[in-house]
Design a protein around this ligand. Structure first.
Ligand code: CA
Length: 737
């Protein structure tokens, strides 16, 4: 017995030593957040429909996701303005204890700021000091991180009738008591637990209901949006965005209509896509909710729907009756989407004079590069001007309302560089609409991608869903080889901030930003446009000219949108820092795109809040050590390494970056310690680091596969080390330097 106990103790000690000697970067792990305090929120007034409808009377608050139901993200506050913005300084900051991407828009009401951080964690803090009032951790299992295409992000909460609503990465909609942060109810929104559904978007609340959709189209899911009773969590309606298995009854009449636009193929088996992962906007003028619908699953229409068809309601804006969920109208931005051109981007509601007539319009700049102005009463297309370089289509035919595709960009037979790529000409990073000036301040990118058909489909004409990974239908496993073969013709990725006139298509001013993957935008009546960028600079621009009036170096790349609010007569501007999201896949940029601040200094999740005369300072930045350790290379064939590359591109690239070059927020595998190399197979197959989001892949990979991936990672690390040392002999990736 004693021997047995000693043996157990020895095993426990060994396990403990194993865990403590592993490379567990605390910034990678899920942070331990401070325990909930007993402090109760100083009573915030009740937010209800009437209050949000009357938001103009309280410009100091930011009551809903885009400030008001209209989601214009343009603040009437003027204390911080063109004349004095040079005096803007940091009032306070708070470390979020994570280096994962921060994407949330806070809600600020009556002195309290409610927002989310990585892993769907919710914070209620005093907006003037950063002091924590309460926190809520939905305890998302770490292995769910694998199910998210674009990091363990969350874009914010809804605050409504004494509750705070948040969607968790693992698919729950959660209602918290706004005063204490205690759980009131939660529901599981996911219809199929086997599929990789997530939630990253902010719920919207109106008319006694909470609306939420899901992410997951890249992994092969079917999109839908559900309305829940805000009080009880009971389901009120559900609207599917794409048809399901044709052998089963249609869930609602719109599916019968949509099914006629899907022809041949087995899209329901792969998923269909059409996830509504970001934008759901409530319109009190018509008691409608607008769904911004995502891309197809798979991306390629010839696999998804080989008989052709528009594949409704992919890449569409769909207007539903908010009470019943029945459809009033739709407009499809990209019929038969073939490029991951989601229309999930933020939608703003305004009244504008169009062709001499006042119209209630909806504004959206989806990924596909055209800026849409749509009549909210009936879905009539009023304008569709390009706001970026667009090569997939020549224009939108205003007679038919349809884009005219460019046959030269068809990638069915041969790979093609296409603009925009899957990161979009505009992604979810917020825009700001200045109704008075008739302008939209818009974060834009010209970011190409080389599309080609999936290897398996080219060889066999067949395509089979991979339940454990992406289901894109394009050539992804051999992507690196395609890049190498076509690098000389790659258009350079570029980023811009534009003041764009949606009615004329005129660019009033354009600021070119060195990197393409930048943050959301805020405009103010003080004459300013705020944006944080990839190089870590938070800038205030003159909204009339684009001239830089103020800059602050945060030393961390930004994606999240700034907001502004006023408390006790003092105006503040806030922003979350920390990048990632969809660009995790691209990893470290190639010349001439400069490294983001997250690579140079590290990726620090922080809430920063500024005011005039603020004197707080951030900790001094430190430069990240980018040396690659010497590699122990196994004696394996080039073929084995090449097979490892295909596996890496199938299972690892989304997070760890193209050609194993991390973009900064996820571990760079070229810099693994000896201990991590020694436990590589356990990490990948057994999930020993699953708390960080690095789940087990034993459902998809064999030990031989893992060894091949490991050989490839080692080979890439060795090659980059040699290149850094000036030795280019035999290097396949000299273009990386
Ligand atoms: Ca997508």
């Amino acid at each position: 017995m004693r021997a047995f106990i000693l043996a157990v103790i020895a095993i426990l000690v060994a396990v403990l030593i194993y865990f403590f000697t592993m490379d567990t970067d605390p910034q990678q792990a899920q942070p331990t957040i401070e325990p909930e305090t007993t402090q109760v929120v100083p009573t915030i007034g009740l937010i209800d429909d009437a209050r949000i409808n009357n938001a103009a009377s309280e410009p100091g608050n930011w009551l809903a996701h885009g400030r008001t139901y209209e989601e214009l993200r343009f603040s009437p506050l003027t204390q911080i303005n063109r004349e004095n913005v040079a005096e803007l300084g940091l009032a306070w900051y708070r470390d979020m204890g994570t280096n994962r991407a921060q994407e949330a828009t806070p809600i600020v009401v009556d002195g309290i700021m409610f927002f989310t951080s990585a892993w769907s964690r919710v914070f209620a803090i005093k907006a003037t000091t950063g002091e924590i009032v309460w926190t809520y951790d939905p305890k998302v299992p770490g292995e769910v991180g694998r199910r998210a295409c674009c990091d363990v992000v969350n874009r914010g909460v809804a605050v409504y009738k004494g509750r705070v609503y948040v969607g968790s990465l693992d698919g729950r909609l959660i209602a918290l008591d706004a005063a204490t942060g205690s759980l009131v109810w939660e529901v599981n929104t996911i219809i199929d637990p086997e599929r990789f559904y997530t939630i990253t978007g902010a719920p919207r609340a109106a008319g006694g209901k909470v609306f939420i959709g899901n992410g997951g189209a890249e992994f092969g899911v079917r999109g839908y949006v559900t309305a829940y009773d805000a009080e009880t969590g009971d389901q009120i309606w559900r609207f599917y965005t794409v048809p399901g298995d044709p052998s089963l009854p249609f869930e609602h009449p719109e599916m019968e209509m949509a099914a006629k636009t899907w022809k041949g193929g087995e899209w329901w088996e792969i998923g269909g896509g059409g996830t509504v992962w970001n934008s759901i906007v409530y319109d009190p003028d018509f008691n409608q909710v607008y769904l911004g619908v995502g891309n197809g699953s798979p991306w390629t229409r010839v696999i998804r729907s080989p008989g052709g068809g528009d594949n409704l309601f992919l890449s569409s804006i769909v207007a539903l009756d908010a009470d019943t969920g029945s459809m009033n109208w739709y407009y499809q931005t990209t019929p038969g989407d073939n490029w991951d051109y989601t229309a999930v981007q933020d939608m703003a509601l305004a009244e504008m004079e169009v062709d001499g007539k006042m119209r209630k319009v909806l504004l959206q700049a989806p990924k596909n590069g055209f800026f849409y102005v749509i009549d909210r009463s009936d879905g009539e297309l009023l304008r569709a001007h390009p706001f970026a370089t667009v090569t997939w289509a020549t224009h939108v035919d205003m007679e038919t309302g349809r884009p005219v595709e460019n046959p030269e960009m068809d990638y069915l037979e041969k790979e093609k560089w296409v603009l925009p790529g899957p990161l979009g000409a505009h992604n979810w990073q917020a825009m700001s609409v200045d109704v008075e000036a008739g302008l939209v301040y818009l974060p834009v990118q010209d970011n190409p991608f080389i599309y080609g058909m999936a290897e398996e489909w080219k060889k066999t004409g067949l395509y089979k869903r991979n339940p454990g990974s992406m289901n894109l239908g394009i050539a992804f496993g051999t992507l690196v080889q395609i890049f190498v073969n076509n690098i000389s013709t790659q258009p350079t990725p570029k980023g811009y901030l534009k003041a764009f006139d949606p009615l004329t298509g005129e660019e009033r001013w354009v600021v070119e930003i060195p990197h393409y993957w930048n943050g959301g935008v805020l405009g103010t009546a003080g004459g300013l446009v705020f944006q944080g960028d990839a190089l870590g600079i938070l800038s205030a621009y003159d909204k009339e000219t684009g001239e830089v009036l103020w800059q602050f170096n945060t030393y961390t790349s930004m994606l999240a949108p700034p907001i502004t609010f006023q408390i006790d007569g003092v105006q503040y501007v806030s922003i979350l820092t920390g990048t990632g999201g969809g660009d995790l896949f691209s990893g470290a940029p190639l010349d001439p795109v400069p490294n983001p601040a997250s690579l140079t200094y590290g990726n620090y999740g922080r809430m920063l809040v500024f005011k005039l005369g603020g004197t707080e300072t951030l900790p001094a930045p430190t430069i990240v050590d980018d040396t690659i350790p010497e590699q122990v290379l196994a004696d394996v064939s080039d073929e084995e390494v090449a097979r490892g590359e295909v596996l890496f591109n199938t299972y690892c690239v989304l997070c760890h970056g193209l050609v194993v070059r991390s973009g900064g927020s996820i571990k760079d595998l070229r810099r693994m310690s000896d201990e991590v190399h020694a436990s590589f197979a356990q990490i990948v197959l057994e999930g020993t680091l699953s708390a960080n989001g690095m789940a087990a892949f034993d459902d998809s990979l064999t030990i031989e596969d893992v060894e091949r991936i490991h050989h490839y990672v080692r080979a890439r690390a060795h090659e980059d080390r040699e290149l850094a040392l000036g030795n280019q002999e035999g290097a396949r990736f000299t273009w990386l330097q």
